[in-house]
Ligand binder design. Structure first.
Ligand SMILES: Nc1ncnc2c1ncn2[C@@H]1O[C@H](COP(=O)(O)OP(=O)(O)O)[C@@H](O)[C@H]1O
Ligand SMILES: [Mg+2]
Length: 211
């Protein structure tokens, strides 16, 4: 089944939620109609897309309203993919509502055991959400990796303890993610500079669409 509502979520800030949500949505938009939802009160996605001045080639963005279940369900009637950039919390009504309707939760984590353990509440939140949404899938996505094989033994052990699948594909640390953000674009929109980052995102999408 195609995962139609994808939430990018982690209670910790700075792990790459907004970066993944935005670039994932840009890549999905090449495959089918895609809508972004900004659920973070900090409004990073909205600002990011605003910087592109409407010429960024990015999907449409809406801010989450006070009825997330209705809003997200409604969007799936018109769009093939809906990507939600979540606030840095595992609690609260908005996140609970999002988790009730979402098909897939992607949890970006930095490749250090300390950062991974800081995300342990996410595993609990996913378990709770499955009581209402038994089909919910959740995967960790490693971000800011230094190389394909940089996963330390510690990290591998920590991931195994975490009891949640981790995508084979991840985002490496690349200047293009930052420079594209500064320009209000996705890595798809910055030409050759973004090529390797695009390859990261394409691999993530291919993996996610096969789940
Ligand atoms: N793979 C990456 N390579 C380089 N910089 C990155 C990468 N992922 C995220 N960043 C940068 O790290 C910072 C935090 O990322 P962000 O997506 O805003 O995290 P979050 O939304 O979880 O708070 C931003 O400045 C972003 O540009
Ligand atoms: Mg963010």
């Amino acid at each position: 089944m195609v995962n139609r509502i994808i939430a990018v979520i982690n209670q910790k800030g700075g792990t790459g939620k907004t970066t993944l949500a935005l670039n994932l949505s840009a890549g999905l938009a090449l495959r089918g109609s895609t809508h972004l939802v900004d659920a973070d009160p900090q409004r990073s996605i909205t600002q990011w897309v605003g910087m592109g001045g409407g010429h960024s080639g990015l999907p449409q963005v809406a801010q989450l309203d006070d009825n997330p279940v209705a809003m997200l369900t409604e969007l799936t009637h018109s769009y093939r993919y809906v990507v939600v950039d979540c606030p840095p919390t595992a609690q609260g009504e908005a996140v609970a509502a999002i988790m009730r309707v979402v098909h897939l939760a992607l949890i970006p984590v930095l490749p250090s055991p300390i950062d991974l353990w800081a995300s342990v509440d996410m595993a609990v939140a996913v378990k709770e959400a499955r009581q209402n949404n038994p089909e919910l899938r959740a995967c960790l996505v490693l971000n800011q990796m230094e190389s394909r094989n940089a996963l330390s033994r510690d990290m591998r052990e920590a991931v195994a303890e975490f009891d949640m699948p981790v995508l084979v594909a991840g985002m490496q640390r690349r200047a293009a993610y930052r420079s594209a953000a500064v320009e209000g674009r996705s890595v798809y929109g910055v030409g050759k500079r973004g090529q390797q980052a695009v390859a990261d995102i394409e691999a993530i999408i291919e993996e996610v669409l096969c789940l």
